[in-house]
Design a protein around this ligand. Structure first.
Ligand SMILES: NC(=O)c1ccc[n+]([C@@H]2O[C@H](COP(=O)([O-])OP(=O)(O)OC[C@H]3O[C@@H](n4cnc5c(N)ncnc54)[C@H](OP(=O)(O)O)[C@@H]3O)[C@@H](O)[C@H]2O)c1
Length: 494
């Protein structure tokens, strides 16, 4: 697929996401020569800035995040693409002038991508104003809208948002972004699974004991207290990112890498997940909140002491969940997922634990019980694929140890690119494979909705965990005593 020149219209261009991700990603794409000639970036901001002020702000944004080094010549080329449009997104006047700007002068390409980097409560309003100006009509070029997460607050609000936005846009025009799903990460999982034929016979309930998916963060809520307190870990990470990872690890091979083929298989997994009845929520889900502690040697405050957090907040900063996929391949295999803020280490990983051999063959020797085999996939920051095997220790005694076969794929000088770079380019190419189709979003909400509803009514108690730890004691989620959280990607410590 070729990327076509387009106008990127960014709503909320002065905000945090634009500052830390979007502008640096667009600059890096320009640096790599991937922005088609003629591409322009029209920033919409409420602040009374002029073009010169905008250029100096973007310079700061890019300099703060430039990979390797800041290239003055590239920035000069990049800045020629930039344009600042001052306006209030609540007012029709902003869109009338925008329409005029886009249609007259300035050589803005007629393919237009509208990026909504604004509060989710403004998504529908902005789209409705754009539609009033006929800005989604594709008479002269394609028109696409990129919608940031979260898509809805729960199942009902997601459906309501979808109903509203589908009045203005076709599904082909909607790009629901999940930046966690950068192309590199998705492709790594897919290549590992579907390009290595030796794994396929093992990838099912006959050999796999259970699967774990962890996304832990050592940072707290930073300056996003208002947002986080209304969302919590289940909405912020589990419902979206972790369920997406689960689908990649467990789905059937898609017929092709086409967007629809990939999304069809992901949705099939989500549809096969056994619903959690309200009375079973406590057996399937756990929540916790960080208390004060130490992270990376630094003293940090508790969640309740963070800025903009009510002192009686019961919002979870840690959430874990057990799911079952009721299909031929996975029936009976528990999948454990957890995510949290202020945990011991920042890490995203998938850990697959295999069953023990059918016979404890060595029990009459010094080897009482061998360790299970694991496949460990580090997603970020450490990217790795490791397979743990049991080997005999050298020497006269019959002793075993765990050895790790390392299939890590990135050399030290090969830097990971930011997921937003892939995704912003995919929009230009019209490749929606990494963007979420509405049924994916809907089924993901269906899975977590009973948990969220139960938690919303039980507000007087929440478990705590010290900041800097691996989370609260939630061992009751595990089906067997032999199962516990796997936090390490190396064999030494589990
Ligand atoms: N930040 C992240 O790390 C992150 C990560 C994932 C997803 N997201 C999603 O990305 C979106 C943006 O998040 P953010 O953190 O960038 O939010 P933010 O820092 O609060 O930025 C919001 C932006 O909207 C603009 N805005 C608000 N009301 C406006 C109005 N009436 N007219 C014109 N502009 C208006 C703000 O302009 P002013 O600057 O003038 O206030 C600002 O540029 C949200 O949907 C969020 O959920 C953010």
């Amino acid at each position: 697929m070729n990327a076509e020149p387009c106008t990127y219209v960014i709503f909320g261009a002065t905000g945090n996401l634009s500052r830390i991700k979007l502008m640096p990603a667009l600059y890096h794409l320009d640096m790599a020569g991937r922005l088609p000639q003629g591409t322009r970036i029209l920033a919409i901001g409420r602040r009374p800035w002029d073009q010169q002020k905008w250029l100096s702000e973007v310079r700061d944004m890019v300099q703060a995040k430039a990979r390797d080094y800041f290239d003055e010549a590239v920035f000069l080329r990049f800045s020629e693409r930039l344009y600042y449009h001052q306006g209030n997104i609540d007012e029709a006047e902003c869109y009338r002038r925008l329409n005029l700007t886009l249609s007259e002068g300035q050589n803005f390409p007629k393919n237009i991508a509208f990026y909504l980097s604004i509060s989710p409560s403004d998504f529908a309003t902005v789209l409705s104003f754009l539609s009033d100006q006929q800005l989604f009509s594709e008479e002269y070029g394609w028109r696409r809208a990129i919608i940031e997460k979260p898509f809805g607050y729960d199942l009902d609000s997601a459906k309501a948002l979808q109903k509203r936005i589908s009045q203005y846009l076709t599904e082909e025009q909607i790009y629901r972004i999940d930046h966690y799903l950068g192309k590199g990460m998705v492709q790594n999982v897919l290549v590992f699974r579907f390009a290595n034929v030796m794994l396929e016979p093992l990838w099912n309930r006959n050999y796999i004991d259970h699967i774990q998916i962890t996304h832990s963060e050592s940072i707290g809520i930073e300056s996003r207290g208002d947002y986080y307190n209304s969302a919590g870990a289940m909405r912020d990470m589990l419902q979206s990112h972790l369920l997406q990872l689960l689908t990649l690890v467990t789905m059937e091979p898609p017929v092709s890498m086409e967007a629809e083929a990939l999304r069809d298989e992901k949705v099939k997994v989500l549809k096969s997940i056994r619903p959690i009845p309200k009375e079973a929520v406590h057996a399937h889900a756990f929540r916790g909140q960080y208390s004060k502690g130490h992270v990376n040697g630094e003293k940090v405050v508790s969640y309740l002491e963070e800025a903009n957090i009510p002192k009686d907040s019961s919002t979870e900063t840690y959430a874990s969940m057990k799911l079952y996929i009721d299909n031929w391949r996975w029936r009976g295999v528990p999948i454990y997922m957890r995510t949290g803020k202020r945990m011991a280490k920042a890490q995203s990983s998938i850990s697959i634990c295999f069953r023990h051999p059918p016979l404890q063959f060595f029990r009459d020797t010094q080897v009482q019980c061998t360790n299970a085999n694991w496949i460990l996939m580090g997603i970020q920051p450490e990217e790795c694929i490791r397979m743990e095997m049991t080997v005999k220790e050298p020497g006269l005694e019959m002793r075993t140890r765990t050895s790790s076969l390392d299939a890590s794929f990135r050399n030290e000088d090969e830097k990971a690119i930011d997921a937003y770079e892939d995704l912003l380019l995919d929009v230009l190419k019209g490749d929606r494979s990494l963007f979420l189709r509405f049924d994916e979003v809907e089924y993901a909400w269906r899975i977590v909705d009973p948990i969220l509803q139960t938690w919303a009514t039980e507000r007087d108690y929440i478990a705590t965990y010290p900041a800097g730890s691996w989370g609260p004691e939630d061992n009751r989620l595990f089906d067997k005593e032999s199962q516990s959280w796997r936090s390490s990607l190396t064999p030494e410590s589990k």
